[in-house]
Design a protein around this ligand. Structure first.
Ligand SMILES: [Fe+2]
Ligand SMILES: [Fe+2]
Length: 242
């Protein structure tokens, strides 16, 4: 059963627990003049996701679907939402548009350059292009009105946890990264962390785990840990249900 929580003004977290998975899955609904999603959840979770979205907006009115990178949990249900919303378009990095989106999406994607702004009415999304965090096509949207950083797979915490936390749950986060090894490059991750830090966000809207509303400098500092980069040992994600 999906849970729905408002995490900032007119920004809602939809969270779904997947049995057997080490993490939960969230995506976000922005109620605005141009209704927007950040991420879509997986295709196989679509029915549950749609019911939750309908509690907040008429899904046929969706205008934008922001895709931080091409992966099942980020955008597996993209085309299901596009089928319901005739004016909706995916929004992604230039690399994302040129590679996966141009082929996968049933509607033309909008490619956002680094620093480009997408205005949805009461919210302004700045596109932070973040290649290799953790995939080639990475981008992280920062919403200026509420200070919300959508951070996709950065700041993952394992387990269900509360919808939001202002505690520094840092040990679990680092242990998770040392197991799953999703970051290939220190330089690329540092570049993304620098961009996030420069915006001084109030909220980290995590795609896995709780939304973080406090102690954000401690989380940023923890992500500079050398041991989370380039992990090539046994990867439990291969044996854990994803
Ligand atoms: Fe990912
Ligand atoms: Fe993910």
């Amino acid at each position: 059963m999906a849970t729905v929580t408002e995490i900032a003004q007119d920004i809602y977290r939809i969270n779904i627990e997947a049995p057997g998975s080490a993490v939960t899955y969230s995506f976000f609904v922005i109620k605005d003049e141009l209704p927007t999603l950040v991420e879509t959840g997986m295709n196989r979770m679509f029915d549950e996701s749609l019911e939750a979205v309908k509690q907040l907006i008429d899904p046929s009115t969706l205008r934008y679907i922001l895709v931080p990178h091409f992966e099942g949990d980020e955008c597996g249900a993209l085309n299901r939402f596009l089928e319901l919303a005739p004016n909706a378009q995916p929004v992604c990095s230039p690399i994302g548009a040129a590679t996966n989106m141009a082929d996968f999406s049933i509607r033309e994607p909008i490619a956002m350059e680094d620093g480009e702004i997408l205005d949805t009415g009461q919210h302004r999304f700045e596109c932070l292009v973040t290649p290799y965090v953790h995939t080639w096509d990475g981008m992280l949207p920062y919403e200026h009105t509420t200070g919300t950083q959508f951070c996709s797979d950065v700041f993952i915490q394992p387990g269900p946890g509360p919808a939001t936390t202002d505690q520094a749950e840092i040990e679990g986060m680092l242990a998770m990264y040392k197991m799953i090894g999703i970051f290939p490059s220190r330089a690329h991750l540092d570049s993304a962390l620098d961009k996030i830090e420069a915006r001084n966000p109030k909220v980290l809207a995590c795609h896995h785990g709780s939304v973080i509303t406090g102690q954000i400098p401690a989380y940023l500092e923890a992500m500079r840990d050398e041991d989370i980069i380039g992990v090539t040992e046994w990867n439990p994600m291969r044996e854990t249900k994803y």
